[in-house]
Design a protein. Sequence first.
Length: 323
Amino acid sequence: MTGTRAVIGPVITVLTVGLAFISMFLAAFHTPSAHRLPVAVAASDQAAALFDVKAQRLAPEAFQIERYPDEASARSAVEHRDAYAAYLLDDGRPKLLYAGANGPAVTALVTPLAALPNGDGHKTPVEDVLPLSSDDSRGLSVFYASFGLVLAGFLFGQVTYQVAPRLSFNQRVLSLGLFAVLGGLATTLIACTAFGAIPGSFFGIFAIVTLLAGAVGSATVALIRTFGAVGAPLSSIFMLIVGNATSGGVLPPSFLPSWLQPLAFVMPSGVGVRALDGLAYFHHDGLGSGVVILSAWIAACVGVLYALDRIAASTGVVHAANR
């Protein structure tokens, strides 16, 4: 590429990616606010209705009150991330449960619920049923680990075509597998063993981060294989920018604008972050769906590579025969 195209092309590409980053992250986080955050309530009909009214006055549209039959089920909802807090009034004495593992933003939002007037003049006791690890005081380790792995997956997909554009399908899949396994192992050793920042099963975390690396790497390779040079900026926009902005690693998906929330449950970053949080704190919440969705990403992208390589091979045979 020479001349005017060579001068303008890089400017347009880089500005497109940069402006996409600015737009997406500002859209997601310029005024983050919770949208119908589930709160479990185990209380009488009258007490639950009164609590709902007071909660809506405290933060309109921020909470969605969900009834539970008893303290045990409400507590379980918080521990499995079906609810972000639980208000208990089973025995006449109120109590508020929350999970600090959801991060400081959620804690700051739900703990004021304990200050709502309860009629007896006493302050409602608060209990953190799932506190953050002492080595992850701000609850950002899962996000940073996944962000780094997504970045590595993008760079792998880009570099593999720069260094070895003519690899066979089998060689490229082998390279992708090596990257995913080694990247997953290194990330798990750093995050879990070296820093102790992500608690939970070492092998479970290793499996999820390996699948996450494979999903992002294979998606990047598939985009570049399909669209050529344009595939790299497309991957940076979708995998890096959109994926990380909607991952739920900084704030839960309930804090995202409604049009962005669905992406948290299909993009590799969001699926991976939820599964890692589930392994670390929330009794495997999101683990099963994470394995299925990340595996589906890998299978679909490898399938695209296989199909394109077969088409290219068939075309090459036809051209050779017509010479």
